[in-house]
Design a binder for this molecule. Structure first.
Ligand code: AMP
Length: 217
């Protein structure tokens, strides 16, 4: 069964890897950051509320995130598995996830920690560009689009996320260290944690991820 949580600092490559692995396994990639950004683009009340926090690099309140993830995991496509990317991010969210899964008679199979050092994270995030239309990710240095500043998939103009500016990246790293990193111990104690060296190239990290999760290449 594939009920995975991807844990790690912002910029560790969780999203890129989660998208690839989820597509290969045929399970949904569930990322609150993506869901909030979609909601913000659509101009919904949830999206506009979340954006106020995201733009500052701080976490959206637990209650809001937990409700959104509970709804998402209740959908039919998530019954047989999922990859959670960016949830849980606090002890309260981790407890809520345990409860949610237990109520459905399920449990987590693996928690993958993406291990990468801080200078590499800052380099990655400040060079990152995203497509506001289809969500494709690029990097100015390591994976530039074919045509400068245009999405390869849909041709939209790429943007720097507000929260990828350097000062906001520093805030997000502080939030990660204080609120999210303590979860590692919780999952280590339960024997669920596997660690993937995530400072290398996308394909190298992907191979390590498959080995760590026991997914055949
Ligand atoms: P990400 O795309 O995962 O880097 O998330 C972008 C932003 O969305 C974060 O900086 C938070 O403001 C918000 N966010 C994403 N996941 C969570 C979460 N589990 N709890 C609270 N806020 C979150």
């Amino acid at each position: 069964m594939t009920r995975f949580v991807f844990l790690g600092p912002p910029g560790a490559g969780k999203g890129t890897q989660a998208r690839q692995l989820a597509a290969a396994l045929g399970v949904p990639h569930v990322a609150p950051g993506d869901l909030f950004r979609e909601a913000a683009t659509a101009g919904t009340a949830l999206g506009l509320e979340a954006k106020r926090y995201m733009d500052r690099g701080v976490l959206v309140p637990d209650g809001v995130v937990i409700r959104m993830i509970a709804d998402r995991l209740a959908r039919a496509d998530a019954k047989l598995g999922f990859i959670l990317d960016g949830f849980p991010r606090t002890p309260e969210q981790a407890a809520a996830l345990d409860e949610l899964l237990a109520d459905a008679g399920h449990s987590l199979d693996r928690v993958v920690f993406f291990d990468v050092d801080e200078p590499e994270i800052v380099r990655r995030l400040t060079g990152r560009r995203v497509c506001p239309s289809c969500g494709s990710l690029y990097h100015l240095v390591s994976s530039p689009p074919r045509v400068a500043n245009r999405c390869d998939r849909c041709g939209s103009e790429l943007i720097l996320r507000d929260d990828d500016r350097e000062e906001t990246v520093r805030t997000r790293l502080g939030v990660y260290a204080r609120q999210t990193a303590p979860l590692l111990e919780r999952y280590r104690e339960r024997g669920l944690l596997v660690s993937v060296p995530a400072g290398g190239e996308i394909d190298t990290v992907h191979r390590a991820l498959r080995t760590a999760t026991g997914v055949a290449p």
